[in-house]
Design a protein around this ligand. Structure first.
Ligand code: PEP
Ligand code: MG
Length: 570
């Protein structure tokens, strides 16, 4: 099988296949006598979890929701815990041998029908509440293959449709030696996390991947994207040798860890890492990272069942600040929405999530959440070298509004006599074309910039970064896209502001010289990419990089540019 190599390295191990819970409609099989008690207790557990979930939503949003909204949710909890529903479900499990999900579906369907036939308009309208209650119970019944419930053995290779960022974060790296997914590409969050943890991974393998069975022997090459299923001994031996060589290469790259990234003619470049928690710092510094160019805070939120409190957040930022010491850490404020959802915020599904209620748009709407996060970051700023970065800024007004809130958080802390770094820098991500085209103006309010090519490329090219069918268009060597990057860098430099890049383009070995030639000041990437990028920078003259960039800009297609860069990198 073949996919896209998204995290380098070779791994040889046994498959653990994570299958999505089947759609309820697809579950038709009956159950055996011995399984009935377990099905009934699964139902009771799902009811308890569903009730807890709705109560948490009510508690967290009491000040925001209208009384009618709260009443709807309260009615939902009544239906979820309804004793008649429970006894009907139990009856179907015991007497009709149905699994709990099917029993719930049938009981709910017949109740919906019964309420629909009632004369009383109020009772008729309760059908939707019953339906919602049923959906919520079913959701919890199907939630059976969560990361915490899985048991891995050593050298497991995970095989999955896709791996959620939350799952990817909680994976025990000591046991997982490789990841392969049906969906996704280099910039899917699971791939990003695999790279930052040094786990070889292949994404976008297509549906045949799911034909792999548990315990199949797998060879996975995260550089070429090759996956071999149940290979013969000859192949296993061949790949063991390759693995030895590639492990040795990555060890020798680590030897240049303490050397600075500097071009032959003396231009110093800062190489930083992208992380999601303090546990990744050790690996980052081992690879020679000079600090953190992007701390993705949303993944910490996604691991919680409810909104983390200011104290919990403070602890999280504090650990990062203390572990990093004097090294800079750019803390990005919450960037949820798109493919990153947190269940406790109950953000309704949108037809265009990447263009919708996301990142700073949520922060400026839910100022309670934003202020809590900013206070926690500011409190931790005394213990290290933290900076604040705002995601998805599209115009100056958004930046000004966020900065007013940051000032408010600062005065709240001052009023309570709590210390913070009053000189903390605030910068923004450049990941929306409008912002990239006006860095000059944004420089009035932004201390620094960091280009998020993962999003900037999808918005510039109008290509969903998660959609395999259009992945060939998602190309950071597109001449239009390169011009946009250059404009952003030039305008910011004119105003004396530095520009970094924390999108995945900064770790593409082919792109490094081009970005250098454009004048990029700082590259931030998954830790394991740092040694390779440093080696490239150390071997080139800045003036040659500028020349290479200028020549590339005379070319009309990304394939031409790519070929030229390949030629130049030989
Ligand atoms: C980006 O968009 O390039 C980026 C770094 O942010 P994320 O991948 O978290 O959206
Ligand atoms: Mg982004």
């Amino acid at each position: 099988m073949k996919g896209t190599g998204v995290s380098p390295g070779i791994s040889i191990g046994t498959a653990y296949v994570i299958r999505k819970a089947p759609a309820v409609n697809a579950i038709t099989n009956t159950i055996e006598e011995k399984d009935k008690p377990a099905e009934i207790s699964n139902f009771d557990k799902a009811v308890k979890e569903a009730t807890g979930e709705v109560n948490r939503i009510i508690d967290l949003n009491r000040s925001r929701f209208k009384p009618e909204d709260i009443a709807i949710l309260e009615t939902q909890t009544e239906f979820i815990g309804d004793s008649q529903i429970r006894s009907d479900v139990q009856d179907k499990i015991l007497n009709e041998n149905l699994p709990a999900v099917v029993a719930v579906r049938e009981v709910i369907q017949s109740m919906v029908q019964m309420f629909g036939e009632m004369d009383d308009e109020y009772l008729r309208a309760r059908r939707t509440d019953i339906q919602d209650a049923g959906k919520r119970i079913i959701k919890h019944l199907l939630k059976d293959d969560s990361e915490s419930a899985r048991r891995y053995t050593e050298n497991t290779i995970l095989i999955a449709e896709d791996i959620s960022p939350t799952d990817a974060l909680s994976i025990d790296t000591s046991l997982i030696s490789g990841i392969a997914t049906v969906e996704g590409g280099r910039t899917s969050h699971a791939a990003i996390i695999a790279r930052s943890r040094g786990i070889p991974a292949v994404a976008g393998c297509g549906p045949t991947l799911m034909e792999i069975a548990d315990n199949d022997t797998i060879i996975l090459d995260g550089s070429t994207g090759d996956i071999l299923v149940n290979p013969d001994n000859h192949k296993i031996e061949e790949y063991r040798k390759k693995k030895k060589i590639s492990d040795r290469e990555s060890e020798s790259l680590k030897l240049i860890r303490d050397k600075p990234a500097i071009t032959k003619d003396g231009r110093k470049i800062h190489l930083l890492g992208n992380i999601s928690s303090h546990t990744e710092l050790e690996h980052l510094f081992e690879c020679g990272g000079e600090g953190v160019g992007l701390l993705r805070t949303e993944l910490f939120f996604m691991q919680h069942e409810k909104l983390p409190s200011e104290e919990e957040q403070f602890e999280f930022y504090l650990q990062v600040a203390i572990t990093a010491g004097k090294k800079p850490v750019i803390v990005r404020t919450l960037d949820i929405g798109g493919d990153k959802q947190v269940p406790f915020l109950s953000i309704p599904a949108e037809s265009n999530p990447f263009l919708g209620y996301r990142a700073i748009r949520i922060s400026l709407d839910r100022t309670d959440i934003f202020l809590t996060q900013i206070r926690a970051i500011l409190r931790a700023s005394v213990y290290g070298n933290l900076k604040i970065m705002l995601p998805m800024v599209s115009c100056l007004d958004e930046l000004k509004a966020a900065k007013t809130l940051i000032k408010k958080a600062e005065s709240e802390l001052s009023d309570s006599g709590i210390r913070y770094n009053s000189k903390i820098e605030t910068g923004i991500m450049l990941e929306i074309p409008s912002a990239a085209l006006m860095t000059g103006m944004l420089s009035k309010e932004s201390d620094f910039f960091s280009i998020g090519t993962n999003d900037l490329c999808q918005y510039t090219m109008a290509v969903d970064r998660m959609n395999r069918k259009v992945a060939s268009l998602y190309d950071h060597f597109n001449p239009g896209f390169l011009r946009l990057l250059k404009t952003a860098i030039d305008q910011a430099h004119e105003k004396g502001k530095s520009v970094g890049m924390c999108g995945e383009m900064s770790s593409d070995p082919l792109a490094v010289i081009l970005l250098l030639g454009m004048g990029l000041d700082e590259f931030s990437m998954p830790a394991s990419s740092i040694p390779v990028v440093k080696q490239i920078i150390n071997k080139v003259d800045y003036k040659d990089a500028k020349e290479i960039y200028n020549i590339a800009m005379t070319m009309e297609s990304s394939s031409e540019i790519r070929e030229y860069l390949q030629e130049k990198s030989k």
